[in-house]
Design a protein around this ligand. Structure first.
Ligand SMILES: Cc1cc2nc3c(=O)[nH]c(=O)nc-3n(C[C@H](O)[C@H](O)[C@H](O)COP(=O)(O)O)c2cc1C
Length: 369
């Protein structure tokens, strides 16, 4: 439990703003949270998803859990997709509930690339930039398993993947979403391509910085050709060493600087930046990291990682971000914006139920009394 804070509506987080075409009554964003509740063969979101997201409709903006753009994007158990008609219908119910309750919701698009396992892919090996194991762990129906050496994607694989992202964005629009977020973080597809240790390609999608970022930029271009770019966000986590095969150093940060410069040439709703992890418990987020990207990225910025009410207000007040996203706080505080406004205590979620099926620890956290 966090201690009660004074009641005050005079918080920068509670002022409305606009990210591209997304107009928000407050600056509290629900960050994407994989919750693994689509435990049905078609990976279709259900009434339980609609209830869970509906409970959180007070957020200025909800970003959904990462969702599969295609069957071959799959790399985690019971995560819903957005590639089939049944999934689109399930998501339509979710967006209807959120909109009826006054909220806004964008869909995060996810592809795990090499960080998958044959158990997810009907026995086929996963594919990534090169035949190099990202040394990640993947949650399969048989529990967590180590990744293996993947197959290197062919030019056809890359073309198909770009097309799948575009089709998924079209599906998200049909499902009633307000936009999409391209998830380019963790040990997954785009960060594999951006990573010189995993991308040894000699074609246009590797070789140098420009080559390594080409896949992500091609996907941004395809998605923004499908849907107004002011409804498309990109999520980056330059400081995230997802596995031992991901090294965060000045060279990598320079790659991201150039990537962000290229993103400036595209019309985007926002950049969603996951900053460095906190230096330790009770420490504050590193404002300098957000200031660096604030200076570089010309569009709206959503900041994330380790914020509480006061540090988030301070960051927005300092002008380092337009909005702040919260993941773990939204697990157990569906009415997080109300709790911030009223100075209520925050409840702590139970990590044992993060990825465990059913309503328990998912849609059964009450609003503050
Ligand atoms: C259970 C859980 C699931 C997550 N799933 C996703 C996801 O699907 N996509 C994503 O981009 N980040 C995901 N994240 C990362 C969060 O969005 C966020 O970056 C991280 O929790 C730090 O924010 P916080 O300090 O507010 O919790 C997940 C985090 C947790 C704890």
């Amino acid at each position: 439990m966090t201690a009660a804070l004074p009641l005050t509506l005079d918080q920068p987080l509670l002022h409305g703003t606009r990210l591209g075409e997304l107009r928000m009554p407050n600056r509290v964003v629900m960050a994407p949270l994989t919750r693994a509740r689509a435990d049905n063969p078609g990976l279709v979101p259900t009434e339980l998803h609609a209830a869970y997201y509906g409970q959180r409709a007070g957020a200025g903006l909800i970003v959904t859990e990462g969702t599969w753009v295609s069957e071959r994007a799959i790399g985690f158990v019971n995560v819903p997709g957005v590639y089939s008609e049944a999934q689109v219908a399930g998501w339509r119910r979710v967006t209807d509930v959120v909109h009826t309750l006054g909220g806004r919701i964008v869909q995060q698009l996810w592809h795990t690339g090499a960080a998958s396992h044959p158990d997810h892919l009907r026995g086929e090996p996963p594919a990534g930039p090169s035949a190099i194991d990202p040394r990640a762990r993947t949650f399969t129906p048989g529990g967590f398993k180590e990744t293996l050496t993947p197959r290197a994607m062919t030019a056809d694989d890359i073309r198909a993947t770009v097309a799948e992202f575009r089709a998924a964005a079209a599906n998200a629009r049909r499902a009633g979403f307000d936009g999409v977020e391209i998830g380019a973080l963790g040990a997954f597809l785009f960060t594999q391509f951006l990573n010189p240790l995993l991308n040894h390609r000699t074609d246009a999608y590797g070789g140098d910085r420009a080559g390594r970022r080409r896949l992500l930029l091609d996907v941004v271009d395809a998605v923004t050709a499908e849907w107004d770019g002011r409804r498309v966000g990109v999520r980056l986590a330059p400081y995230m060493a997802a596995t031992e095969r991901f090294v965060v150093d000045e060279e990598l940060l320079a790659d991201y600087d150039e990537l962000v410069t290229e993103l400036n040439e595209r019309p985007l709703a926002y950049l969603h930046l996951r900053g460095p992890d906190l230096a330790g418990p009770g420490e504050s987020p590193d404002f300098e990291a957000f200031a660096r990207y604030r200076k570089r990225f010309e569009g709206p910025l959503i900041a994330n990682n380790g914020f509480d009410r006061d540090s988030a207000n301070a960051l927005v007040d300092a002008g380092h971000a337009d909005a702040v996203s919260f993941a773990t706080h939204f697990v157990a505080n569906p009415d997080l914006v109300g709790r911030f406004a009223l100075g209520r205590e925050l409840a702590a979620g139970d990590p044992a139920t993060y990825y465990q099926g059913g309503a328990k620890g998912y849609a059964d956290y009450p609003a503050a009394g």
